[in-house]
Design a protein around this ligand. Sequence first.
Ligand SMILES: [Zn+2]
Length: 343
Amino acid sequence: MSSNLQPNTKRKRETPVNDDAPREVERSTQFWFDDGNVVLQTQTMQFRVHRSLLSLHSPIMKDCFACPQPGDAPLLEGCPLVHLPDPTKDIENFCALLYGVYHLDVDGINYAYLETMMYMGRKYGISHFTASALKHLQKLFPPTLKAWDNGCSGIKKMASENEGLLFDVINLAYEYRVASILPAAFLSLCTIHKLDEILSGIERPNHHRPLAALNHQPMLDCMRARMTFIPSFICGIVNFMEGDDLDDESKIQYIIPTARCTKKTSCQRRFVDVLTRLIGLSSSIYCIKFPRRLDVLCFSLEDISDPFCRQCEPEMQKTFDTHIKTAWDELPGHLHMSENFDV
Ligand SMILES: [Zn+2]
């Protein structure tokens, strides 16, 4: 699958040394080893590190170092000077991880390191970075609705602090065929990002990195799921009679009003209000909302003085809860994951 973050040794090797644009380049205080034998230089910082360590972890860097250097190749204190187009922060994090300055914690991870592992792991073929990142992502984007519910405020916070997170996570999940994180990741994407952001991608605060955007297949699947997921949930709670003959209105039976309803007209109107509200939440060009609780949904309706009758309310609540769960369970189907992931 194509990706604008995939390893690209050609571009890296062809990156010109831009000596015409003088800028302040500092030496890293932490990663400048006297016995280092290569200097990595970003736009703002130099790192004197060890070729053997880089080569051990990155086959792409190993290949790069193995290439014969021209006689006029730049040297710094006798070390080859390698210009990298990557953000300084990523090279710092990369060094911190390789030199063991930052230790990965199984219970939590600083997102900046997770992002570096995703980005550098893919770009430089560092397989253990990618594997660790995916392991942490499986915790962040759990496979059950209850776990997602518990964690979604944390995901929202993380996504707002790290723009592009959800796009990267979904692309990575497709690239490495990690289907389990996709329902939670897609739902998070559609509830956090507007439609035009999903279609066009979003700028990252750090402009040295490409736009955060979904690759082709994730984009198709996301659009399909966004259009069908909540409408399917709404159809579920409408509860058509067996046969679902929509052309014959006499065969359509709604769950509200129930047989024992005491306020038929009022409950019918209330039911239409709920359905209308649900359609509004799902068909917006802005962020869609996945309604988690009926009482919150009803509270947001204007006419809160006229609730369902005592007979209809529990039936409505039960149907709502059942179909919320069904909607989650059916998300892989809306995403066509069985076709894309052999699940
Ligand atoms: Zn009723």
